[in-house]
Design a protein around this ligand. Sequence first.
Ligand code: NAD
Ligand code: FE2
Length: 381
Amino acid sequence: MSMDKYQEGNMEVFELNTKVISGVDCLEYFNQYKNQGIFIVCDKFLAENQSVTRILKEIDDSNKVVLFTDVVPDPPLEEVAAGMKRLMASSCDVIVAFGGGSAIDAAKAILFFTARQTGKVFEFIAIPTTSGTGSDATAATVITDLQAKVKHLFADPMMLPAVALLNPDFTRSVPKPIVANTGIDVLTHALEAYVAQGRDNFSDCFAEKSVQIITQSLLITYNDPDNTYHREQMQVASTMAGMAFNKAGLGINHGIAHNLGGMFHIPHGLANAILLPHVVTFNSRDEGCLNRYALLAKVTGIAPFTDTARVAVDKLIAYIRDIMEKMEMPTSLIAWGMDRNEFEAGKRQLAENALVDTCTQTTPLMPTADEVLEILNNISQ
Ligand SMILES: NC(=O)c1ccc[n+]([C@@H]2O[C@H](COP(=O)([O-])OP(=O)(O)OC[C@H]3O[C@@H](n4cnc5c(N)ncnc54)[C@H](O)[C@@H]3O)[C@@H](O)[C@H]2O)c1
Ligand SMILES: [Fe+2]
């Protein structure tokens, strides 16, 4: 693999165009808006538990605010179409995405297709309420085609939020299983970005720091939801991992996870988690990958610098399994509750779809369909 080699004639661009404002007072950012139309795409849960009123309180009365609260997990095309209709009828110029990855991704797709249809330019602000997807710092969105049972990831600079507001108060209510799923989603982003074909030293920085924070803050956040400091740290880790993979790309872990999500509606972070030890093992067949995982394990304190690469990677895999166990996560699709017959009937198609997923195109060691099937068989036991 070419990741350790110098490539002549290559040109690397690393851009950071999202202003990140963090802390419990970050919503004051909205004070500056006067006489504007503000379209808020919001998670249903956050609309119902009144969290959205925290934002509304900061918005001056001279503005017109339109709420779109029909977001469901893994947003489908139909939801995007409904959101576009509302946005076009509203004449708003500012779009605020408020919620987990599903709300942010829905807002992105609504923005993208409306802009393409109308030529309008929107100002885009993201307020994540899970520490997982990093969607507040990426140009990517994931939308589900319910008929075809597949999730599509696509990216465009237009969908990169201009501002990300990280308020740890908003992640206080995240239930434990979702803390676990989204936390491992962050870890998967960082690990995949660290070996992906588009990686460079800048993306490595964000991936390394993100994993280091995870080792210190994820379990504390899981066990003690009142610990604001560590919740704040996990928000930062999530955004940093997003910055890493926005440059580096992801890999086969996400390629398969998107299709498991499309077919079985398994939560995104959980699909990644079940796959992660198996994908690290598969990628480590490549020596370049093995060395990079080992480096990551060492710089983040998961393994000592004196370990051989193989031993360090074994410790990385053991670390993933250990935190999954401590967060009471299922480690196979069957343990999660997948229907065995449905899986057997769909697995070949799933493997083929995973290979053409956008994320798979930057994977470091391209598997064959049979090798994807082998991974699928291993995670279904
Ligand atoms: N755009 C990207 O770069 C990117 C990257 C990874 C994943 N994704 C996508 O993001 C989606 C997953 O996002 P997610 O993991 O954040 O989950 P999610 O947004 O689907 O939310 C999961 C559940 O948690 C609830 N929730 C959200 N915030 C909460 C809070 N503060 N308190 C209580 N409940 C809360 C939601 O209502 C929902 O029921 C998937 O569709 C995945 O494919 C996108
Ligand atoms: Fe993800």
